[in-house]
Every structure is written in structure tokens, then in C-alpha cells.
Design a protein around this ligand. Structure first.
Ligand code: SAM
Ligand code: SF4
Length: 442
């Protein structure tokens, strides 16, 4: 029996797919490169934006047409949506809600698939089949309690649960021993991570001279991961501004293995819109965080700052949008993921009239992009003539190597493909708004 997985959306979905692949291989399934030759196609879906959802409506009939005997399993954000189930019920063979991934084997057996020993286990304890040999997603939690008015995640993934610190450290240690160079700690809101401290954990924390309280927080976790011996980088996503503490800012800036890149989704630069979005912070608080990050940075290059923004949230006026432009001018972001608001089924904002037209949303996105391109280019000019450490990730179609700096800047350079998965030094000779290029240093 063979399987093929198609993943749409975020890092969390990619991590889910890696866990599903591991479960399937444990049952004796082999991976098929070609979805038309697979017995089982798994769709890890995303419902965050309408465009991601529409891809599934296009994909499902196509797969069934091209591969008549295939069974399709649908998981991810769309797996519990009544309207999606109604629309696709004839074509999807197995519906697997995200919180049921740990029961995947039982679900497959119940659906008439190959028998095997059934061991339901905690989702976060499933050992994943890592897709990369040098960069690994390590989930530290799942779910979200925040209920931002526009967002489906709390409905699709349920409430926040966090993974035990020992398990996370064991997973990271074993990845580092295998030669992994980049660990990406992921959760919907890493900043609200906690793990209760047992006696055993206290030993770990004492060893690293961390705190002496009942709970270990995300900044402690970063320090613990940072103290694992080896040459590797630590990244993390996503951070909620309301939960970003001074301790966390200092830990990011002081831990040498923690990448100097902070992704801090603002969503809007206007307090009225933030209130309607139920984001639970004011823009003054957000700007204060940015100031603390900038003031405390000791590295030669500035910390890279990136964000998520939604344009055209219901009721967003021209003046309110102007405040988001001002935010971009003040922060001087290196990158921003700008989304045009789309109403999502079951969310609080779905009930508010989506009154900003499609053309206007596009225009607002364009306006923000103009500011972003300017600030990103100006930030990148600071790299000119410097030699930076780069993790080589692959070769593009033109045969040029590409990789990332710890500030998450894409760097292009000529070199042998054997460098992929390794740290190299690159002297930056040219900069653009969203990329750098240079010469590999021997
Ligand atoms: N947890 C993260 C946070 O607090 O910002 C974000 C997770 S969400 C899956 C990723 C991004 O999708 C959000 O930051 C938001 O900008 C965007 N997004 C979510 N719902 C959206 C909607 N209904 N319309 C447009 N963009 C949306
Ligand atoms: Fe969605 Fe808000 Fe939770 Fe992020 S914090 S996943 S935007 S509800």
C-alpha cells in the first residue's frame, strides 16, 4: 500500500503531515512520489484564507478523476467544517479531525484499511518522519485560546495544549545528534507555552540556572534548547504580542543559537480595528515591544522584524488603514505577510458585513507593499560588504545555491550542491528588497 501527502498552509500543517507520514509508515505504507499511483492520498488542509480552501475544491475532483481507485483522507482546518463535509462528502473517504490524528491507525482500520497493531498515542508524542535532513519543525504545542474575530484556528485545532519540556528537549537533542542545523519550535502562540516543573525538570532547570517556580515558560525553554551542545540555530513561530514578556525578549537577544528574527503579527496598526479583531493589545503596547527589541539588540546587524497584517477587516476605514501605514513606517519591517480579509465560516467576524470591496483590499495591500519594499531594501543595505553565516537550503533552477541568514534573509550564491544542509560564510555583494547575493568564502 502506498500513500501520498499534499500539505496546504502553515508550518503546523507541515508538522502534522510529518506525523501522519510516520504513522502510515509504521503501518507498512510506503510513500509514493506520484499522487496518481498512490492507494491513499492525504490532504492536510488549511482554512485560514478562502484561497487555501478553494485549492481543495479544485484538487479533490481532479485526484479522483486521475486515480479512480484512490482513497482520500482529509485532515486539517477543513476536516470538521459542516459546509465542507456537505460539499465534499461523496468524494472524501475518510474525515480525520486534527485532534484525532493520534487515532489515525484506528480510523484507517475502521474505514477498511490494512490491519495493524493499534496504538493510539498522544498527537504530540508521535515521532514524525522529518521531510528535511537539516531543518526540523518541533511542535511545542497545539491549538489556540485567543479567538481573534477573523480566525478559524481555535475552532479547527481546539484549545491550547503544551508539550512536556523533557520530550521537547529529547527530540531536539536527538535531532542535533543526527546533524540537524535548524530547529523550528512551533505552536499557534509560542509565547503562552508552559510546562509544569517536576523534580526531574527542576534538575534540568538548575543545571541551566533557570528559574525556581512551578512553571517553566517559553523563555526558559529557549534557554534550555540554547544550552544543548552543537552548532545549530533555533527559530520559533508564532508570537502573540499580548504575551511577549521582557524575559522573552532578553532570552531571544541573549541566547546565541536563537536566531535574531522576531515574527510579531500586528494584524493592524489601528486600535479600533485591533479591538474589533479581539487582539487584546493596543498599538502602543506593540510599539513598546518593538522599541525594547531595538534598544536591547547587541548584535552587529539589527534584529529582523516581520509581521502578519490583514487589510480590509470589516469596517476598516481609510483613516484606520492609514494607521497601519504609519505602523509600517515606524517599525521598518524586513518582511510582512499581508492578507486581504476573507470571512471565515463560524468566526465572530463572519457575522459582520464584509464591507471593504475586493479592489480596495487589493489597493491597501499594494500601498503597504510599497512601504515594505522601501524599508526592507534599506535594512538589507546594512548587509552590503559584510560576511554572514548562511544555512544553505538548496539549489534553484539556474543552479544557484540559496539559503537563509539567522535574520531569515534569503541569500543567493554560487557553490557546490554538497553545501546544502551546511553552514557557510557568504560575503554580500548585492542587495535587493527581499534577497541578498554574494560570494561563498572558502
Ligand atoms: N497565531 C498567529 C497570530 O497570532 O498571529 C497567526 C496564525 S494564522 C493561522 C496566520 C495568519 O493568517 C494570521 O496572522 C492572519 O494575518 C491571517 N489570517 C487569519 N485569518 C484570516 C482571514 N479570515 N482573512 C485574512 N487573513 C487571515
Ligand atoms: Fe488565530 Fe488569533 Fe489564535 Fe493566531 S492567536 S491562531 S490569529 S485566533
Amino acid at each position: 500500500m502506498t500513500y501520498h501527502i499534499i500539505t496546504i498552509g502553515c508550518q503546523m500543517n507541515k508538522s502534522d503531515s510529518e506525523r501522519i507520514a510516520a504513522c502510515l509508515e509504521d503501518m507498512g505504507y510506503r510513500e509514493s512520489e506520484n499522487r496518481n499511483q498512490a492507494d491513499l492520498v492525504v490532504l492536510t488542509t488549511c482554512g485560514v484564507r478562502q484561497s487555501a480552501e478553494d485549492r481543495i475544491y479544485g484538487l479533490v475532483p481532479k485526484i479522483k478523476k486521475e486515480n479512480k481507485d484512490v482513497k482520500i483522507l482529509l485532515t486539517g482546518c477543513l476536516s470538521e467544517r459542516k459546509d465542507v463535509i456537505k460539499r465534499l462528502k461523496e468524494k472524501i473517504d475518510i474525515w480525520l479531525p486534527v485532534n484525532q490524528i493520534s487515532n489515525l491507525k484506528q480510523v484507517l482500520i475502521d474505514s477498511g484499511f490494512k490491519n495493524s497493531e493499534i496504538e493510539a498515542c498522544d498527537y504530540l508524542k508521535i515521532k514524525p518522519k522529518y521531510t528535511s535532513k537539516f531543518s526540523a519543525f518541533v511542535p511545542i504545542g497545539n491549538g489556540c485560546d485567543n479567538f481573534c474575530a477573523y480566525c478559524v484556528v481555535p475552532y479547527a485545532r481546539g484549545r491550547e495544549v503544551y508539550r512536556d519540556v523533557e520530550e521537547i528537549l529529547n527530540e531536539v537533542e536527538s535531532l542535533i545528534k543526527k546533524g540537524y542545523k535548524e530547529i523550528i519550535l512551533i505552536a499557534q502562540n509560542v509565547n503562552s507555552y508552559y510546562s509544569e516543573i517536576t523534580n526531574y525538570k527542576l534538575q534540568i532547570t538548575n543545571k541551566s540556572q533557570i528559574l525556581n517556580s512551578k512553571y517553566l515558560r517559553f523563555f526558559d525553554l529557549l534557554k534550555l534548547v540554547n544550552s544543548i551542545p552543537g552548532d545549530f540555530w533555533v527559530r520559533f513561530a508564532s508570537s502573540h504580542p499580548k504575551d511577549m514578556s521582557d524575559d522573552l525578549i532578553l532570552a531571544i537577544l541573549e541566547c546565541e543559537k536563537v536566531c535574531k528574527h522576531i515574527h510579531l503579527p500586528a494584524q493592524s496598526g489601528d486600535n479600533g480595528v485591533l479591538k474589533s479583531m479581539n487582539r487584546k493589545y493596543k498599538i502602543e503596547h506593540y510599539l513598546d515591544l518593538i522599541r525594547k527589541i531595538k534598544d536591547n539588540t547587541k548584535s552587529k546587524l539589527p534584529v529582523a522584524l516581520t509581521t502578519d497584517i490583514i487589510v480590509g477587516f470589516p469596517g476598516e476605514t481609510e483613516e484606520q488603514f492609514g494607521n497601519t501605514i504609519k505602523l509600517f513606517e515606524k517599525v521598518k519591517y524586513d518582511m510582512a505577510y499581508i492578507a486581504r480579509y476573507s470571512p471565515r465560516y463560524g468566526t465572530a467576524a463572519e457575522k459582520i458585513k464584509d464591507n471593504v470591496g475586493a479592489d480596495e483590499k487589493k489597493r491597501r495591500e499594494g500601498e503597504l507593499m510599497k512601504v515594505l519594499r522601501k524599508t526592507a531594501l534599506k535594512n538589507n543595505q546594512k548587509y552590503s560588504g559584510r560576511t554572514v553565516k548562511v544555512l544553505a537550503e538548496g539549489k534553484n533552477k539556474k543552479g544557484i545555491l540559496f539559503g537563509k541568514t539567522e535574520t531569515n534573509k534569503t541569500v543567493k550564491f554560487w557553490g557546490d550542491k554538497n553545501f546544502v544542509g551546511k553552514f557557510v560564510s557568504v560575503n554580500i555583494t548585492a542587495v535587493e528588497d527581499f534577497s541578498l547575493s554574494g560570494d561563498l568564502q572558502k
